[in-house]
Design a protein around this ligand. Structure first.
Ligand SMILES: *Cc1c(COP(=O)(O)O)cnc(C)c1O
Length: 494
């Protein structure tokens, strides 16, 4: 029986996996969900013998069942190759009795590489399967991280091009340098005079313009989106949780069938939702700990059943988790509502109109495997220092938020705990080094800190950082927020 995808907000539109990947979002604004979550069919004791790529195939073939074996294996081969600095792709390392699943060995040294290195391949294959001959133009607004990971993923992928808009004065100097030095003939980076919301609004407007879409079609182009609600990003994230279960066996820490717990530093709820899907596929995961920073809207939700975005937005040292609307939560809401699209739609409408919603007692029963937790800025810095002092291991602020929740709630509960380690400390050198020793490092420059971190941790400076020290700036375009469409037209020659 094949899996079809439908919107979380209505039952009317049913599409195949490849169509869902191409579309990104359903027509009614809902998220595509599989009509059932397939059971994992490889015996658990066989997992330790599989490579990362083999594990990826076993997971993805169940969800993307309209891809042929060859198609899927080609996508996997093209994605998880020597772009990653380790053959294991996602190493599992034990420090002070806790397992860190390192998801930052890809091109941009953060976990978004895990999905964005395969999405371009899934997308071009989906286009071919559905008779789409247009070139796929990925249009993205970024506040920093996603833009770079998407650029790196789509660079020089035949049949695609990518245009990234970022707020000229709204990203860190390192983030900007990472983007404007991006290689690849099909990559375009445009700084805008405006903030992230302006960039986001401009992009949404272009996506919604029929007139633009018609003119693009004439020239052989069509837009698609690489954002985190695409099912082509979610499914590849299930893989590393299944993989970690095999690695725990391989390291002699568990036997097949033993339960494990997982802690995920959470923003948009995509990463932890993938762990939830892994659990639903039959991987023996008991508890899922959802770790937030001071923007703890999800913690409050798990405590009270009430989601309330009406609160102050706080800038923290874990910026990729500074989020008040966690888009992927909608897929969990849909599931705990018993796959009820009408109820999901009503709750999402309440969130838009009133800024809050409350789930029913019955729905809350579906959340018993989740526990929320959060770390303050001080607790996050303290955790970085503590893990370094105890284990000589340096973690980034996002991972530290999860580590705090782990030490507070999950560690010493019996079952082994896996922490999703989402970024290399080299990506957030200043916060990390200040956490270790504020006085000593405060006055140093960014690249000086890179060398200090290298000395402290003994971990090689990743190429992603080395490169931007010397790489030439290749993208110079800056425009006003009102000129975004004109910039796109110029790039595509419309
Ligand atoms: C995006 C990101 C997160 C949050 O992941 P979600 O899937 O949005 O919950 C956490 N840490 C880092 C480093 C990230 O880039």
């Amino acid at each position: 029986m094949s899996i079809m995808y439908q919107s979380t907000r209505s039952n009317s539109e049913k599409v195949t996996a490849s169509q869902a990947i191409l579309k990104g979002l359903a027509d009614d604004g809902g998220l595509f969900v599989p009509d059932s979550i397939p059971a994992f069919d490889v015996p658990l004791d066989r997992l330790p013998a599989l490579t990362y790529q083999e594990t990826a195939y076993e997971v993805m073939k169940l969800f993307f069942d309209d891809f042929t074996e060859d198609e899927l294996k080609n996508c996997i081969r093209g994605a998880y190759d020597d772009k990653f600095d380790t053959d294991e792709i996602a190493p599992l390392v034990k420090k002070d009795g806790v397992f860190y699943l390192e998801l930052f060995h890809g091109k941009t040294i953060a976990f978004k590489d895990m999905a964005l290195s395969i999405l371009p391949h899934l997308m071009t294959t989906s286009a071919k399967k559905n008779g789409v001959t247009n070139e796929i133009v990925i249009l993205t607004a970024t506040s920093g991280d996603t833009g770079k990971a998407a650029l790196a993923g789509f660079a020089d992928v035949p049949g695609t091009s990518i245009i990234v808009f970022y707020p000229k004065d709204g990203v860190s100097p390192i983030q900007e340098k990472q983007m404007v030095t991006q290689k690849g003939a099909n990559t375009n980076v445009v700084g805008i005079v405006g903030n992230f919301d302006d960039a986001q609004t401009g992009v949404k407007k272009m996506f919604g313009s029929r007139e633009l879409s018609a003119r693009m079609n004439e020239k052989g182009y069509q837009f698609s989106s690489a954002n985190s609600i695409n099912i082509g990003r979610l499914v590849p994230q299930i893989v590393y949780y299944v993989w970690s279960y095999g690695q725990l066996q391989k390291q002699g820490e568990i036997s097949a069938g033993d339960t494990i717990n997982i802690v995920v530093p959470t923003g948009n709820f995509g990463n932890i939702l993938a762990a939830y899907y892994a659990k639903n596929m039959g991987i023996p995961i008991e508890k899922l700990y959802c770790a937030s920073n001071e923007n703890k809207v999800l913690f409050d939700f798990f405590e009270t059943g009430k989601y309330d975005r009406r609160r102050e937005f706080i800038l923290t040292s874990s910026p990729s988790m500074d989020i008040l609307i966690s888009s992927n939560l909608e897929r969990l809401i849909y599931r705990i509502a018993g796959d009820d699209a009408g109820q999901t739609e009503a709750l999402m409408k309440a969130l838009t109109d009133q800024g809050e919603y409350e789930i029913t007692a019955e729905m809350r029963d579906g959340l018993t495997c989740f526990t929320g937790g959060f770390a303050t800025e001080e607790e996050t810095a303290h955790m970085i220092r503590q893990v370094y002092e105890k284990a000589g291991y340096v973690i980034d602020p996002h991972t530290a938020v999860a580590a705090h929740v782990c030490y507070e709630k999950a560690k010493d509960q019996g079952a082994p705990v896996v922490i999703a380690s989402t970024a290399s400390p080299y990506k957030f050198t200043r916060s990390v080094m200040n956490a270790v020793d504020q006085e000593k490092y405060e006055s140093m420059g960014d690249f000086e800190l890179v060398d200090e971190l290298n000395q402290l941790s003994g971990v090689k400076v990743p190429p992603a950082i080395e490169e931007i020290r010397t790489a030439p700036v290749l993208h110079h375009t800056v425009c006003d927020k009102s000129e975004m469409q004109a910039a796109v037209e110029k790039i595509l020659g419309l």
